[in-house]
Write a protein that binds this ligand. Structure first.
Ligand SMILES: [Fe+2]
Ligand SMILES: [Fe+2]
Ligand SMILES: [Fe+2]
Length: 477
């Protein structure tokens, strides 16, 4: 019986998932190429479940990257540019060996990724269908009241507006939506098969809207493509793979998880109700945010359409899915519907906080440089004693984007490197350059000189502003 590590290593040995090359900070070779940090997997304990605090960790990133690759083997992709169709890569992604290797690790990864939701959220108690409907109606009323709040009321939107370059931060935000919206409602389509009465047809009705009633230009994913293109982002599937944060992948993967596993249908319905009804305000505010930042040339139809149609979809999920299910199957389905509603709400909140933290760091890089210099001065003058953690990398040595389990400095001793703390922000570091890199913040780099010697002293506890500083499992080199 192979060990979990052996199964993970078997799945990650697919050449499509090998670490990124120096030229692959953006993925231009088509939809099947998805670099992970294959070597890091050997350091990750896949038996140990993630907690809410770990959502930005490297083990979370690796888990969610693999999970998305496994789930997306159910979806068919072709590159937008026909010249990029690579039949070998297509076969490597969809062949039976890859599917089988993925299925062997899927339950392990799902357990690692999502178990904390069940332990953090309790829907135990004297709930019945009527109480749940009252609770959902109160939620809808609160959402309507919140519609009066400005688009800058959300801490995430404020962080984007306050970034040094709000346009780059807004693009990084759009990129976080891409893994879901460029193939929007594919997870929902998994429940179009089978036979489960009126509810099946009601769900199919929503699916038809999401697919633009077969008018390609009106398919929601097409609208999202136009939104991306209007701000000079190429809407190719996973072109910006390296810049997806783990918490964004978790949102997409959650819908795959509760649709792939048919025992989770009722959780899916609850999560769907949350997403359709919350999107009314969220999408309205996103539209205003992008107009404020990009001006009139940004195509916000995707967001305006959701602001409009999800009023209808939220209502449909409640009246045509949830209420008939309660009528037919009674209170036994209540805990799962509630669970799905609360789980997705919780995940969305975690993802917003994780993205906000990323932008508060990467969107103010001069502050992080200044802070790094101050901390390093304390190390140099001996007032703080920490190991320097020296690394040597050769020219072109690539770093598939990743996060660290602790606050670190990046101190360049010799050589040069390009460094990315988020999409669109590229920095060129030379000897003497210093940067503070907080725990769980996504970044990548490529050495651009014959070799580069740099230090990464751990500075946990020297700076608390960027988050907690407890030690975690080893999860990367
Ligand atoms: Fe949609
Ligand atoms: Fe919708
Ligand atoms: Fe790093």
């Amino acid at each position: 019986m192979p060990s979990i590590k052996e199964l993970i290593s078997e799945y990650s040995s697919n050449p499509l998932f090998r670490d990124a090359e120096a030229t692959e900070i953006l993925i231009n070779s088509g939809p099947y190429r998805r670099p992970t940090r294959v070597n890091d997997n050997a350091f990750i304990n896949f038996d140990k479940v993630l907690t809410a605090k770990d959502i930005g960790s490297n083990s979370s990133l690796s888990t969610h990257r693999m999970l998305l690759n496994i789930y997306e083997a159910d979806l068919y992709f072709l590159p937008r540019d026909p010249k990029k169709l690579d039949r070998t890569a297509e076969k490597q992604f969809y062949n039976a060996g890859n599917l089988l290797a993925g299925e062997k690790v899927r339950p392990i990864l799902e357990n690692k990724a999502f178990s904390f939701l069940n332990s953090d959220i309790s829907t135990q108690g004297p709930w019945n269908g009527d109480m749940m409907l009252t609770y959902f109606n109160e939620y809808l009323q609160r959402e309507q009241a919140d519609a009066k709040l400005g688009f800058d009321a959300s801490p995430l939107n404020r962080a984007i507006l306050n970034a040094d370059h709000p346009d780059q931060a807004a693009k990084h935000y759009l990129i976080q939506m891409a893994p879901d919206f460029l193939s929007e409602s594919s997870a929902m389509a998994r429940y179009s098969l089978g036979g489960y009465g009126q509810v099946q047809s009601a769900l199919f009705n929503i699916l038809i809207d999401e697919y633009g009633a077969s008018v390609h230009e009106q398919k929601h994913s097409s609208l999202f493509e136009k939104a991306m293109a209007s701000v000079d982002l190429e809407p190719d599937i996973h072109r910006y793979w390296q810049f997806y944060q783990a918490s964004s992948l978790a949102l997409t993967n959650y819908f795959h998880y509760v649709t792939k596993n048919k025992t989770e249908f009722f959780r899916y319905v609850g999560a769907l109700f949350f997403t359709e009804s919350s999107l009314i305000n969220v999408a309205g505010n996103q539209s205003k945010l992008f107009k404020e930042i990009f001006g009139t040339h940004v195509d916000t139809l995707y967001f305006d359409e959701h602001h409009h149609i999800d009023r209808h979809h939220g209502d449909m999920v409640l009246k045509k899915l949830i209420m008939p299910l309660l009528n037919e199957y009674g209170d036994q389905v209540v805990p799962d519907i509630l669970q799905g509603f609360e789980e997705f709400r919780y995940l969305q909140q975690l993802a917003d906080e994780d993205l906000q933290a990323q932008i508060e760091w990467a969107g103010h890089i001069n502050e992080a440089i200044e802070h790094g210099k101050n901390l390093y001065a304390q190390i140099e003058d001996g007032s703080v004693v920490v190991p320097l953690e020296t690394f040597l990398e050769a020219n072109d040595e690539r770093s598939t984007t990743h996060t660290h389990p602790d606050d670190r400095l990046l101190v360049i001793e010799s050589g040069e490197m390009d460094f990315w703390p988020m999409y669109g922000e590229e920095y060129h570091f030379r000897p003497g350059d210093i940067l503070f890199v907080p725990k769980h913040r996504l970044h990548g780099s490529v050495v651009t000189s014959p070799e580069c010697v740099y230090h990464q002293p751990l500075v946990d506890g020297m700076m608390r502003r960027y988050g907690e500083t407890d030690n975690q499992e080893a999860e990367c080199k």
